[in-house]
Design a protein around this ligand. Structure first.
Ligand code: NAD
Ligand code: 4PL
Length: 247
């Protein structure tokens, strides 16, 4: 077993299914103790049981400040986690004519404010203990591509990249690294179950390499980025999309 994350405590949000779940599995296999935090509480617990390695599941809506406070205050009895991976997200398929303020707000609340809330709490706790730590935010290559039918989503994912850069700059002195990862289209549970799944078929033609992105493609890079092998990488956006966009 590769134990590059041995002894680390990691929170992975949105890990009841999809990319987050694959990341939780990979970091657990790489030695970390994992807490799966998801709005879907039973799903979080089921994923944790499936992954094993001492993984635990907790219900947490990342857009709720109270839920996020409760998560981090209970997860290690008030002690800081080593690793925060923000994978919780809503992936909409909605044409521009349908985008109203309620939709915009809902997407921003989870995809961007959720990243702020968890980062706020986790990095405050790390610094209180003078503990080095890592934050990894799952953005999307749709920010570079301007992918259609997801305007609020693309805006939220650009916000995540901007926030990643700013936080990394401010917090590097505390020994905390902050990076973003931008997947291209991935056959996640959410995408496979979407009534619009076929609408993304055009993406494969845009990739340099053929094939459909899988959650495991993302998980391997995520585990590297939160490991000490990436100790000199911070404030960066790592694109993982079979060469669809060249950043
Ligand atoms: P998915 O729908 O399969 O899983 C998303 C998970 O997030 C679900 O378990 C859901 O319950 C959880 N979640 C949603 N809102 C939440 C909230 N407010 N609080 C806590 N948990 C919440 O999605 P996925 O395709 O695996 O996407 C995971 C991440 O990867 C998202 O951030 C998404 O934007 C990003 N991403 C996905 C793709 C893709 O093609 N699938 C591409 C680029 C980026
Ligand atoms: C290229 O983040 O980046 C579809 C769905 N196609 O969610 C995404 C691309 C989707 C993407 C995304």
């Amino acid at each position: 077993m590769n134990a590059k994350l041995q002894g680390k405590l990691a929170v992975v949000t949105g890990a009841a299914q999809g990319i987050g779940k694959a990341i939780a599995r990979q970091v657990a296999e790489d030695g970390a103790t994992v807490v799966i935090a998801d709005r879907n509480g039973p799903g979080a617990e089921a994923a944790a049981a499936e992954i094993g390695h001492g993984a635990r599941g907790m219900r947490c809506d990342v857009s709720s400040e109270a839920d996020v406070a409760e998560l981090f205050d209970t997860v290690a009895e008030g002690k800081a986690v080593d690793i925060l991976i923000n994978a919780a997200g809503i992936v909409p398929f909605i044409s521009w004519d349908e985008v109203d303020l309620a939709h915009w707000q809902k997407i921003l609340d989870t995809n961007l404010t959720g990243v702020f809330l968890t980062s706020r709490k986790a990095t405050d706790m790390m610094r209180a203990e003078k503990k080095p730590g890592v934050v990894l935010n799952i953005s999307s290559n749709s920010f570079f591509a301007g992918t259609p039918n997801m305007a609020a989503y693309v805006a939220s994912k650009g916000g995540v990249i901007g926030f990643t850069r700013a936080l990394a700059t401010e917090i590097g002195r505390a020994g905390i690294r902050v990076n973003a990862l931008t997947p291209g289209l991935v056959d996640s549970d959410g995408v496979k179950g979407s009534p619009h799944a076929d609408s993304f078929d055009f993406v494969e033609m845009l990739q340099a390499m053929p094939g459909r992105g899988q959650p495991e493609h993302i998980a391997k890079v995520a585990s590297f980025l939160v490991s000490d092998d990436a100790e000199w990488i911070t404030g960066q956006t790592i694109n993982v999309d079979a060469g669809m966009v060249r950043v």
